[in-house]
Ligand binder design. Structure first.
Ligand code: ZN
Length: 477
């Protein structure tokens, strides 16, 4: 037997949640060809994984990497963590289909307006084919992007004609290989959309199975009615519901994850649903007065007009505006911030839930980004699993591999099985840990030693190889 690559003597955690087992993993081409005792086989390249874990490549279930994978195809913040596939187009914000000279916040978190250069979803996927990234990309189509494309006034509900136009774009995107639709009624471009508008726009999901991933209308006092609205949309269109970055924000809501998770358990008996979360009690998004008031601490992540203030604490910035939050926002915007708005106990409780996937929600274009961009996956493995013992390593790996692939319908990935694509990570279970902090957010983690995408190494012995073997994934209908 001969292989292009053998990973020898590792402990395989296969992404199902089952206990680890000792085995060699043989790769030929882009696929896993054998798992077992391959000590008699030869290989072009060997990786000695003695004492290490061999796991499926991690899938980042919640990203805003739509444009970043094209502008920064090495996708460094992700590959150093062991991420081999990103799910783009979340929170209602997708790069395609939209051509625009200007975009409203928060669409600008994807990049400058010139990046919105694809008038169809298939054109965007084709661009990824022509200019592959280091990681695979599975993309959602965003409802807010569609509103910006089809509506002259975002402050109202869409008309019947506009809904039909948006639904036609959803249908075309699903035919092209989108994995579903995302929404973000929390944000101004979609806040005026009704429940029925979302049901109408997502209607093609009944014919083209996919997810409906949603940034809820409210994650504070009205979290429960907002979840019920999401349940209703998911049920009406027959989609697998993804509750994005599930959280209960604001001090008066701390502890309410007990209530929201019970609701998720009860509703999970009636419809398919899941959720994602990142391992930090702070979130990050556009600069907003409501979020500032709900937070115990705020840090400026970026500001186009006052770039020199990025990374500063809002308590240092406010005195420049005589303590006026409104005056500060007016002067700084467009801008983004990091908000300490959750309770760590809620975050951990949400993470322990069996349907919670790991999603970084990293914002790759921010000048002072939230550390989740560089640290999420090793933090779950090293801090939550090894140090805090929130769950076994097998469960941690499942939340970033098999569970995510199953929920989004990504075929042939997320598990270490013969015939699967060879998206693999070799990491040291005793060493793996995040290093990025709120003060120093761009530090690569430790303990991620080899990362393989479609059979090709993108990290070897902890160092990037420069290879770009990623694919634009297309969901097969
Ligand atoms: Zn969001």
């Amino acid at each position: 037997m001969h292989f292009q690559l053998i990973i020898r003597n590792g402990e395989v955690i296969d992404g199902t949640g089952n206990a680890r087992f000792s085995a060699d993993v043989g790769v030929n081409g882009e696929r896993i060809d054998a798992i077992g005792d391959l000590s008699a086989a030869s290989a072009d390249r060997m990786i000695d994984a003695t004492g290490k874990i061999v796991a499926p490549g991690f899938i980042d279930s919640h990203t805003h990497d739509d444009a970043f994978v094209l502008t920064h195809p090495d996708v460094m913040p992700k590959i150093v963590q062991g991420v081999t596939t990103v799910i783009a187009g979340n929170c209602g914000i997708s790069l395609a289909p939209l051509r625009a000279d200007a975009v409203p916040q928060p669409l600008d978190l994807l990049g400058v307006p010139e990046r919105f250069a694809y008038d169809s979803f298939s054109n965007y996927l084709d661009a990824l084919d022509r200019s592959p990234a280091a990681v695979n990309v599975a993309a959602l189509i965003g409802h807010s992007t569609l509103r910006v494309r089809h509506m002259d006034d975002l402050a109202r509900e869409a008309t019947a004609g506009e809904r039909a136009d948006m639904a036609a774009d959803v249908e075309a995107a699903m035919q092209a290989g989108a994995f579903g639709v995302s929404s973000g009624t929390f944000y101004p471009p979609a806040a005026a959309a009704s429940t029925q508008e979302l049901i109408d726009v997502c209607a093609p999901l009944a014919r083209y199975p996919g997810v409906f991933a949603t940034h809820l209308r409210d994650e504070t006092a009205d979290i429960v009615p907002s979840m019920e609205e999401a349940f209703a949309i998911g049920q009406a269109v027959g989609a697998n519901l993804v509750l994005s970055h599930h959280k209960v924000a604001g001090k008066e809501n701390h502890g309410r994850s007990v209530e929201t998770l019970a609701l998720i358990d009860a509703q999970g008996e009636r419809q398919p649903l899941c959720l994602d979360c990142h391992p930090y009690p702070a979130t990050s998004t556009m600069l907003r007065a409501d979020r500032i008031r709900q937070s115990s601490r705020v840090m400026l992540a970026w500001s186009t007009k006052r770039p020199e203030l990025a990374g500063k604490d809002f308590s240092e910035i406010l005195p420049l505006y005589d303590g006026s939050v409104e005056a500060a926002i007016e002067d700084l915007k467009p801008a983004g911030a990091i908000y300490f708005v959750m309770d760590e106990q809620d975050v951990q409780r949400i993470f322990r839930h069996e349907k919670t996937m790991v999603g970084s929600d990293g914002l790759p274009n921010d000048s002072a980004p939230h550390p989740r961009l560089w640290g999420t996956f090793p933090r779950v493995l090293g801090h939550y699993s090894r140090e805090l013992k929130l769950f076994p390593l097998e469960t941690a790996v499942r939340k970033m591999t098999g569970l995510t692939a199953e929920q989004f319908g990504i075929e042939g990935r997320g598990h270490v099985t013969v015939g699967s694509y060879a998206d693999l990570v070799v990491f040291d279970p005793a060493e793996v840990i995040d290093r990025a902090t709120f003060e120093a957010p761009r530090l690569a983690p430790e303990g991620i030693e080899h990362v393989i995408v479609n059979g090709a190494p993108v990290i070897a012995h902890g160092k990037p190889t420069g290879a770009r073997p990623g694919r634009a994934l297309r969901k097969n209908h």
